[in-house]
Ligand binder design. Structure first.
Ligand SMILES: Cc1ncc(COP(=O)(O)O)c(C=O)c1O
Length: 406
């Protein structure tokens, strides 16, 4: 992969410029990406990569989807931005689409996951405050990830993200996932909200049980707290349902749900959806966004929803096929501890660090990601086919074989 940077004579300065002028917060792989088509992305030297991380779960329809390209081109020539001072044609219809697909009542549009989480936390605060100023505590999970803003960080249950910025917003309490007793012990009348990532993504692809989600619902009702589901990584079609809470039978409804990543397939867009009980916590003037819910992002998201409806069963099928093929691989390689996930959200837990595997796969034309040191994470486009899976398995097999012998 070094070669793809070195072999891009027209762009030798991109990396140097970034080194000189960007905040040095990202540890990038040495790959300069140039264009994409379907599930494949190409670097500036023309090398092709099957992309199973897809912009960390954003590029749900892969690259250059013809229908998205068409509406983006058309909308760019009509109206890009209006602010929220005026109506445009697409925010209302998209709000209806999100409300109907989520089973919730009202929607607010933002620009990212963390910004959606901030809005949800404001709802939680305002809801609690109306009842009692001391009711501001938020229960969240250990190992969770909710974003990089101060509010979202304050409920992110990982010390490594929090420690440089403390003191954070007060009132956060962390409990281990799927531990019902711990949850019962911590929720009380001072709890304003319980925030759950139904499938922890950054944390290593760990799903919550239906029993745990139901208990959280019960406790939120008992103590008049809001139950918030963070579906930023696991939602909007990735589980094979619109949202991960719809995998439970019966469905466990949140009061508030936040989503973002795949919502407009690469155009920044986040959403907060709430039932009426939670929605009343935000009145006129209490929240807003200059860019949120602009015509381009909303129109693209509407187009995406149209494409997504018939794709949902395919996501389930391809996801199961992928896990089945990975399970076969796991039998061959003792360092694979577990295959996890729902739909097209897949984790492969190793008994060793996965960074070299990511690098070796990249050298073989496959983009995957490693989270929490030892979990290979894949969030492929929803248009992934079984042939793509077979190709990925062939590469992974080669990489794993090499790993075994080195
Ligand atoms: C579950 C979850 N919540 C929140 C966020 C933050 O989203 P963003 O990076 O768009 O601010 C992420 C991002 O990875 C996430 O996975």
């Amino acid at each position: 992969m070094e070669s793809s940077v070195a072999a891009s004579p027209e762009l030798p300065s991109v990396v140097d410029l970034e080194k000189q002028y960007l905040l040095q917060n990202y540890a990038r792989f040495p790959l300069v990406l140039h264009r994409g088509k379907g599930c494949y992305v190409y670097d500036t030297a023309g090398n092709r990569y099957l992309d199973l991380i897809a912009g960390i779960g954003v590029n749900a329809l892969g690259y250059s989807h013809p229908r998205l390209t068409r509406v983006i081109r058309e909308q760019a020539g009509l109206l890009l931005h209006t602010s929220n001072l005026y109506y445009h044609e697409y925010q209302g219809p998209l709000a209806e689409r999100v409300a109907k697909s989520s089973g919730l009542d009202r929607v607010f549009f933002s620009n990212s996951g963390a910004e959606s989480m901030e809005g949800a936390l404001k709802m939680v605060r305002s809801h609690g405050r109306k009842i009692d100023p001391a009711k501001y505590h938020v229960i969240a999970l250990e190992n969770s990830f909710h974003g990089r803003t101060l509010g979202a960080l304050s409920i992110t249950g990982q010390e490594k993200y929090r420690r440089d910025f403390e003191p954070l917003v007060p009132g956060a309490h962390f409990v281990p996932r799927n531990d019902i007793t711990a949850l019962e012990q911590v929720v009380n009348e001072h709890t304003a909200g319980i925030v759950l990532e139904l499938v922890q993504g950054e944390g290593g692809i760990f799903a919550l049980t239906a029993e745990y989600a139901r208990k959280a619902r019960e406790l939120a009702d008992r103590y008049n707290a809001l139950l918030v589901f963070d579906e930023i990584q696991c939602g909007v079609g990735r589980p094979g349902t619109y949202f991960a809470y719809q995998l439970f039978d019966p469905v466990v409804m949140p009061d508030v749900m936040v989503a973002a990543k795949p919502l407009a397939c690469g155009i920044p867009l986040g959403v907060i959806a709430a039932n009426e009980r939670a929605a009343v916590s935000i009145g006129p003037g209490m929240h807003g966004s200059t860019f949120g819910g602009g015509p381009l992002a909303c129109r693209v998201a509407l187009e995406f929803f149209d494409i997504l409806d018939p794709l949902l069963p395919k996501i389930v099928e391809t996801g199961s096929y992928f896990r089945m093929r990975l399970t076969e691989l796991a039998k061959r390689y003792g360092f694979i501890k577990e295959i996890r996930g729902v739909g097209l959200m897949i984790g492969v837990e190793l008994d060793m660090p996965g960074k070299q595997i990511v690098l070796d796969a990249m050298a073989e034309g496959l983009l995957i990601n490693c989270t929490h040191d030892t979990v290979i994470r894949m969030l492929p486009p929803y248009i992934l086919t079984e042939q793509d899976v077979d190709r990925a398995i062939t590469v992974l097999n080669r990489v794993f074989k090499k790993t075994k012998t080195t």
